[in-house]
Design a protein around this ligand. Structure first.
Ligand code: BT5
Length: 270
């Protein structure tokens, strides 16, 4: 028997990341709603989740297909994190999602910065957006982070409005549906663990190295109008990707990468 994903069922999970739950049947974007709530003072652990999003989006305003059957959620976090460590949040979340997926037999790998892929196809996208930074003692801290997770679960890749060559779902990987409430429970507890370690990042770094599919790849980087190639060397302690290029080693805090595979072309995912 599968559990229904409802407001009260999510509340009963008793997760520190779901201390306040806003469950919707349909919203434009859980991310935009969570952002509004955060600006209005919503506490750490405010979870906005919806069965459907009509205006789900990724980075740079790209649209995110969000029909029924996925987990579309955004969490208000107040991690008291120095602003310069903000990129760690995406990587900590990626590790949390990877662990939850591996537990159910979905061997997803992290593609820097914010994708989880199964055999090169995207099954989850992460969107961590920092709020304003405020000066606290000698450092700048992010007031809040909105952590958005879009996880393709009980639906077909063809439902998503993107090329089926580029998207995977839990159903397409396992050949059956899963209990969304149990999945959410596991996801929240792995995310909570990751977020707790965002200041003492070493354990996350270790897990990230184990789950990633980016290190050791030749990558083409697109960053604010620049376009160059290099070898992905490591994740640095800030959560940035260290890339060896012809002109030296650089740390990428944001940007897009494509894998360069001389014989088969890149994997086409973004
Ligand atoms: C991301 O953006 O991967 C972050 C997506 C975050 C979505 C969540 S859902 C809950 C919360 N509310 C929101 O409104 N957003 C967050 P980006 O790296 O920009 O990738 C976007 C690209 O992924 C698109 O341009 C498509 O190519 C592809 N795409 C769109 N929908 C997809 C899906 N459901 N599954 C796989 N790929 C998809």
């Amino acid at each position: 028997m599968t559990n229904l994903l409802t407001q009260s069922a999510v509340e009963r999970l008793n997760s520190p990341l779901a201390r306040r739950v806003e469950f919707h049947d349909e919203v434009a974007s859980t991310q935009d709603l969570a952002l509004e709530l955060a600006h209005a003072g919503a506490p750490h652990g405010t979870l906005v989740i919806s069965r459907i999003q009509t205006g789900g989006h990724g980075r740079l305003g790209r649209s995110w297909g969000s029909p029924p059957g996925g987990i579309w959620m955004s969490i208000v976090l107040r991690p008291e994190l120095e602003a310069r460590y903000a990129p760690r949040m995406t990587q900590a979340a990626a590790v949390g999602v990877a662990k939850a997926l591996h537990e159910i037999g979905v061997e997803a790998r992290i593609k820097w910065p914010n994708d989880l892929l199964v055999e090169g196809k995207k099954i989850c996208g992460i969107l961590a957006v920092g709020g304003p930074a405020a000066r606290r003692e000698k450092t700048y801290q992010t007031e809040f982070v909105i952590l958005g997770i879009g996880l393709n679960a009980n639906l077909d890749p063809s439902d998503l409005g993107v090329s089926v060559e580029q998207a995977a779902t839990i159903r397409s990987v396992l050949g059956h549906d899963v209990d969304l409430l149990e999945l959410l429970d596991s996801l929240l507890s792995h995310l909570e663990h990751g977020i707790r370690h965002v200041k003492n990042f070493e354990p996350i770094l270790r897990d990230w190295r184990e789950f990633n599919c980016t290190l050791g790849e030749r990558v083409r980087v697109r960053r604010s109008g620049q376009d160059f190639e290099g070898l992905a060397l490591d994740l640095n302690p800030h959560g940035a990707l260290r890339v060896a290029t012809e002109t030296g080693t650089i740390d990428l805090f944001e940007g897009e990468i494509e894998y360069v595979r001389p014989h088969s072309g890149d994997d086409g995912s973004e």
